[in-house]
Design a protein around this ligand. Structure first.
Ligand SMILES: [Zn+2]
Length: 140
């Protein structure tokens, strides 16, 4: 059984298109400069409709998370970690954490975006532990 297709519409399509090149973006309001995620038709700050997409660093910290022990679908392997992460640029992203045992995560852990390939060429952003020190060499 395959994963259900993730739908897009005219508002979310540019965001998903960027994931084809593994680019993480957020919406930026041309009127007030506010950054927001997920993509919406209106700016949540000023109600403006002139919104474009800008790349973000992919750096984030864990804001909240929960370990899912019973998978709702056969294609999802439990346990897995659903989380809200706060991007370095400010917006919150709902995502999954991977690359560490579910029991070791803590709020405020630094994380970095990673990409899970979808069958149609898009990618789903997930987050992994950030390198713990500048003097440590990151593994590819
Ligand atoms: Zn605005």
């Amino acid at each position: 059984m395959s994963a259900p297709e993730i739908p897009t519409d005219e508002i979310t399509e540019p965001w998903w298109d960027a994931t084809r090149a593994r680019r993480l973006t957020v919406q930026r309001c041309a009127a007030c400069g506010r950054l927001q995620h997920y993509p919406r038709a209106l700016c949540t700050g000023c109600g403006g409709t002139d919104l474009d997409f800008v790349d973000v660093s992919g750096d984030a910290t864990v804001d909240a998370f929960t370990v899912v022990h019973r998978s709702p679908r056969p294609d999802l392997q439990a346990p897995y970690v659903v989380a809200r992460v706060r991007l370095a640029e400010g917006p919150i992203l709902l995502t999954q954490l991977e690359g560490a045992e579910p029991g070791v995560w803590r709020c405020d852990d630094p994380v970095k975006v990673a990409w899970r390939a979808l069958p149609d060429g898009r990618h789903l952003p997930v987050f992994r532990p950030a390198a713990s020190g500048a003097d440590q060499k990151a593994e590819d």
